[in-house]
Design a protein. Structure first.
Length: 187
């Protein structure tokens, strides 16, 4: 269908376009996925740990269904030489899209280090600046420290809960995208 054709076109994009697109996509999907437990916590006071665990299982099963080698809509992206009757998504090294090593493999000989560590450090610095140097970050930290006091001070605790969960999901999505882009693994 249309989705498979669109993904097939995206896979053929050059690495300088595809790598940032994959990272941003990972961040957006992770943020949206984690906003669901945030919404449930903010609106219905549902335990976020339990809902996140349930969302993990839902996500794992959705991916399994989507990439099912018999009937999944994305089966064309699977490596046809799957071992032991298992299906694997092609490694990013298959189409030369893996994150560049930026010479880090020369410094850390024998390791799997790559440019993803640089991107992760940049993201960590940005999150530090946002949380420590902005009023937005102050509001998030205030709600995390004492929701009732923050609410009394006029901070919308429900919005802060949803946003903080979305940020956490976005960071997890960035980590997942960088891990896949490392080229050291297959799924």
């Amino acid at each position: 269908g249309f989705t498979v054709t669109l993904i097939g076109l995206l896979v053929d994009l050059p690495a300088p376009i595809l790598i940032p697109l994959m990272i941003v996509s990972g961040i957006l999907v992770g943020a949206i996925w984690a906003a669901v437990p945030g919404l449930l916590k903010a609106l219905f006071n549902v335990n976020e740990v339990i809902t996140c665990i349930m969302m993990n299982w839902i996500g794992a099963n959705v991916v399994t269904i989507l990439f099912d080698k018999e009937s999944g809509p994305f089966k064309s992206l699977l490596d046809p030489s799957g071992t032991k009757n298992l299906a694997y998504v092609f490694k990013t090294t298959h189409n030369n899209v893996a994150t560049s090593k930026f010479g880090l493999d020369l410094i850390f000989k024998g390791s799997q280090v790559n440019g993803g560590i640089i991107i992760a450090i940049i993201i960590a610095i940005l999150i530090f600046i946002i949380l420590d140097k902005t009023t937005f970050g102050y509001k998030l930290k205030a709600c995390g420290s004492n929701k009732n006091a923050a609410k009394y001070a006029g901070i919308n605790d429900k919005v802060a809960t949803i946003i903080s969960m979305a940020i956490a999901g976005g960071l997890a999505g960035a980590g997942a995208a960088l891990y896949y882009l490392s080229g050291n693994t297959e799924f």
